[in-house]
Design a protein around this ligand. Structure first.
Ligand code: NAD
Ligand code: TYD
Length: 339
């Protein structure tokens, strides 16, 4: 089988490439990635020489390029991770989010229609459900929770999800969608909460917590997400949406305090800064469907996963040091300079 993984030079996509090549040694994996600021070819160095792996630098919005690749490779499965993924950037500049996340998704699905496909899988997010109130811990997102987005990022992901379901209903495209909670683990780009706090703490720099830090996210170790997607593409039902999450809700402030503790850094580094506009309060996934139908359960407990993740950042400065020394400096100054 040949599988195209888009966005495979990013955080979750690269972890998925590693997982997939190991779990399915007879399959070919083609990674298609534009290499935006969030994509790193160095991440894929361990598999570059693997005869079952091919990297192609390509924009998912480039219709001609995408069609040419399909014509050449005849993929059986496409898993679409490629996206603009950072909420704060979507607040600064929504347009590129609509371009990549919605138009790019439609180009990929048009290619699937034109050349034929066994499965198109859309990697979506729990953020399409909006947020839950902090005072209702009994509420969780299920697959039938209404779409109700807050940020340009989540709106673009929701737009893509609706398009995916429309291509299924209108054209009979064999699609599945997964909506996962916040991931953490190796190769997480340091604009996101956990790697940003680890790297700042290592440099004894302020740890910028938005608002009071009481917002809740439901954290899942990235490898557990990769296993869920693998299960869905092989055993999931066409046309279905699967929520993915491990019931691991934590307040941002508690995560940052935990990182300080693990690194032996003082909590006095924590700085409360101006809150994010439209900041979602709480995300919480009900994963009953994927558990009952596909037998998926998370394997990594947060207490272990966060230790493994911190250890990975300590051991892999060679991966993140070049990232934070480049364009990232301008990003950081713009986002946090006057906050
Ligand atoms: P990321 O930002 O780390 O990586 C995105 C990758 O996509 C990069 O390699 C980038 O170069 C590539 N890309 C961007 N635009 C492209 C384009 N036009 N054409 C081709 N490639 C392009 O993102 P991530 O955190 O790995 O997220 C991957 C997917 O998972 C996204 O669709 C995101 O919405 C979804 N998701 C993420 C999380 C999370 O916690 N990070 C949770 C649930 C769902
Ligand atoms: P993030 O990692 O950007 O993921 P998302 O917004 O998609 O959930 O942020 C996680 C939480 O951490 C979110 O509530 C915003 C908060 N946050 C901070 O408090 N400070 C920061 O510097 C960042 C990047 C995020």
């Amino acid at each position: 089988m040949t599988i195209i993984v888009t966005g495979g030079a990013g955080f979750i996509g690269s972890n998925f490439v590693f997982h997939y090549l190991k779990a399915h040694p007879k399959d070919r994996v083609i990674c298609l990635d534009k290499l935006t600021y969030a994509g790193n070819l160095s991440t894929l160095a361990p598999v570059m020489e693997d005869p079952n792996f091919r990297f192609v630098k390509l924009d998912i919005c480039d219709r001609e390029g995408v069609y040419a690749l399909f014509e050449e490779e005849h993929p059986d499965v496409v898993v679409n991770f490629a996206a603009e993924s950072h909420v704060d950037r979507s607040i600064e500049n929504p347009a590129i989010f609509l371009e990549t996340n919605i138009i790019g998704t439609s180009v990929l699905m048009d290619a699937c229609r034109k050349y034929g496909i066994q499965r198109y899988h859309q990697v979506s997010t729990d953020e399409v459900y909006g947020d839950l109130p902090l005072d209702r811990p009994d509420l969780f997102f299920t697959e039938s929770t209404p779409i109700h987005t807050s940020s340009p990022y989540s709106s673009s992901k929701a737009g893509a999800d609706l398009l995916v379901l429309a291509y299924h209903r209108t054209f009979g495209l064999p699609v599945t969608i997964s909506r996962c909670s916040n991931n953490y683990g190796p190769y997480h780009f340091p604009e996101k909460l956990i790697p940003l706090m680890i790297i700042n703490a290592l440099h004894d720099k302020p740890l910028p917590v938005y608002g009071e830090g009481v917002n809740v996210r439901d954290w899942l170790y990235v490898e557990d997400h990769c296993r869920a997607i693998d299960l869905i593409i092989h055993k999931g039902t066409v046309g279905e949406v699967y929520n993915v999450g491990g019931h691991n809700e934590m307040k941002n402030i508690d995560i940052v305090k935990l990182i300080c503790k693990e690194l032996g850094k003082p909590e006095s580094l924590i700085t409360h800064v101006t809150d994010r506009k439209g900041h979602d309060m709480r995300y919480a996934i009900d994963p009953t469907k994927i558990h009952n139908e596909l037998g998926w359960l998370p394997e990594t407990k947060f207490a272990d996963g966060i230790k493994k993740t911190i250890r990975w950042y300590l051991d892999n400065e060679a991966w993140w040091a070049p990232i934070i020394s480049g364009e990232y400096q301008n990003y950081y100054a713009q986002m946090y300079g006057n906050r």
